[in-house]
Write a protein of this length. Structure first.
Length: 202
């Protein structure tokens, strides 16, 4: 008896350019990844969007997200995407511990996403760009979700609102353990390699 091929009725988000609205920004903390036998330790950030121009079978908009290394090095994907989205480069005043830019501000903001499919047919974000002025943006469907693992910002209810794979991933980070303790000083985390208003939307 031959085993059947694996099949799925799930239809991924179509490739192409889509209007998107950010609805979640999730701090994954410092994660250990192994790629081709090499271990990397990086602070990670998840950004998720809903896609109002394409809906699933139940009528809800498709959602898509991307996991970034939390680095604002000039060559990092996070910096490139945020600068393309806001339409202007970051300055030194925007960044750093006392910087004026707060990533939470991107929640609720629209953009355009270029979506492609990988070799397994799954949708992925290829690039993020600003919307053309005058583009009509529908109301957002999903509730806002924001989670920071900074001890003075951690919201336990926000953590428990996440799906299981996110909670399990976050629970592995040293920041998660520290965030649940009373604030007593700076968080100690592994060193991260950083090599890798006006009309602004945020």
């Amino acid at each position: 008896m031959k085993l059947p091929a694996a099949t799925s009725d799930f239809k991924p988000l179509d490739p192409g350019t889509h209007l998107a609205i950010c609805y979640e920004v999730i701090d994954f903390g410092t994660q250990r990844d192994v790629y081709e036998g090499e271990e990397n330790i990086r602070r990670k950030l998840w950004i998720g969007w809903e896609i109002p121009d394409q809906t699933m079978d139940d009528g809800r908009p498709f959602v898509i997200g991307i996991e970034y290394t939390l680095s604002m090095h000039e060559k990092s994907a996070l910096r490139k995407h945020l600068e393309a989205w806001r339409g202007i480069p970051f300055t030194d005043e925007d960044l750093g511990e006392n910087g004026k830019f707060d990533v939470k501000n991107i929640i609720g903001k629209p953009c355009a996403l270029s979506v492609t499919h990988n070799d397994k047919g799954r949708a992925k974000v290829a690039s993020v760009i600003a919307l053309m002025k005058g583009t009509e943006v529908p109301a957002k469907t999903n509730d806002d979700r924001f989670l920071s693992l900074a001890p003075d910002e951690f919201d336990v209810e926000a953590y428990h609102s996440l799906n299981e794979w996110m909670k399990e991933k976050i629970a592995l980070s040293p920041e998660f353990s520290q965030a649940q303790k009373p604030v007593a000083g700076p968080v100690t985390v592994p060193e991260i390699d950083e090599t890798d208003e006006n009309d602004l939307p945020f």
